[in-house]
Design a protein around this ligand. Structure first.
Ligand code: KG4
Length: 320
């Protein structure tokens, strides 16, 4: 009897429409399309635009994924989709699509927690051992977790207000740079110019909070503009990035020490950041970092997490 599992995974939580196919833990195909260029006109994600693009693109992504994987859709044994968290309209498109395919093919449909999938994106190319500290830095969250198993994930620290990626986007916007702001700030970063102190750093055990910093930067820029003074954009962006990455490193180290752990796994769009990757070196003995393609929203991370859950007979935790 053939025990291979074929997982179709679907991600539609924000502005990326993505579909992947795994044969066991081998990624056979991965399609990502995004409405980001349409969103950049507005300086951020407009939920209605995101939902409409998912609706327009999802079937095409599916057909491409089947073709690239070189399988027949009847070989699929499971379908996994992002159930939570995300933009309600966008999530709905993925859910309806997944449930329809599952019904037509009479296969199991698995709900996946998007943030927890970010934790496991680095396991597409690596083996994980538990327990470990998980760090998710994305457009919608900033989280540190104690990860004891695929379904035993405790939140240690979570943003009280704006997520780190959101702050990257807002700071870039006030500087007149396009959405998404993270890559622009990353490529313009100059550590020697990170000299502006906007707010005081907070202690390592305190929750993540970046909205005070964001507001201080917006006020700083508006103030200079009102006085017709020149704004050193590189200095503002670099000082912002240095502050947030230092804060993330300090808090991650705090929890590694607190739980006496020497392993870390990271995920989320901001994990593509070069300064963050540099600063992570030496923080723990084992650090699992996803390839750049698996940092932002993508269906491969949904599929690999579903694979681990199926194999271990577990379910994704969906606390709403
Ligand atoms: O994980 P993701 O696709 O979104 C959510 O799941 O919410 O992350 C998107 C975020 C955006 O805010 C974007 O500006 C940021 O990731 N980002 C970066 C970099 N590349 C993307 N932030 C910092 N440095 C980067 N290189």
């Amino acid at each position: 009897m053939n025990n291979d599992i074929y997982i179709l995974s679907v991600e539609t939580s924000c502005d990326e429409t993505s579909v992947a196919i795994f044969k066991n833990r081998q990624l056979l195909s991965h399609i990502i399309t995004s409405s980001a260029t349409h969103q950049s006109l507005y300086g951020g994600v407009v939920p209605e635009i995101a939902s409409r693009y998912h609706e327009k693109n999802i079937v095409d992504c599916y057909l491409k994924a089947i073709k690239q994987a070189n399988i027949n859709q009847n070989q699929l044994t499971h379908i996994a989709y992002t159930a939570f968290p995300g933009l309600p309209g966008s999530l709905h498109v993925g859910k309806v699509f997944a449930k329809t395919i599952a019904t037509i093919l009479n296969i199991k449909c698995i709900e996946i927690n998007h943030l927890h999938a970010h934790i496991f994106s680095a396991t597409i190319n690596n083996q994980i051992t538990f327990p470990t500290i998980g760090l998710v830095l994305s457009g919608g969250e900033t989280c540190l977790y104690l990860v004891r198993d695929f379904d035993d994930i405790t939140t240690l620290n979570q943003t009280k207000d704006d997520a780190i990626g959101e702050c990257y986007d807002k700071v870039a916007k006030v500087l007149g740079w396009k959405y998404p702001g993270g890559p622009v700030i990353d490529s313009n970063f100059d550590e020697s110019k990170a000299t502006i102190s906007f707010i005081k750093p907070n202690p390592p055990y305190q929750d993540f909070s970046f909205s005070g910093l964001k507001t201080a930067i917006i006020n700083y820029v508006h103030n200079l503009r009102q006085k017709n003074q020149e704004i050193d954009k590189i200095a503002v962006a670099s000082s912002f990035q240095k502050f947030v990455i230092d804060d993330v490193i300090k808090k991650t180290k705090y929890y590694l020490d607190f739980y006496n752990l020497d392993s870390l796994i990271i995920g989320g769009g901001v994990c593509a950041n070069r300064f963050l990757r540099k600063r992570l070196m030496g923080l723990a003995k084992t650090i699992l970092i996803p390839q750049i393609i698996y940092c932002g929203d993508n269906a491969a991370m949904i599929g690999i997490y579903a694979y681990h859950l199926i194999l271990n007979n577990k379910k994704s935790i969906l606390i709403k």
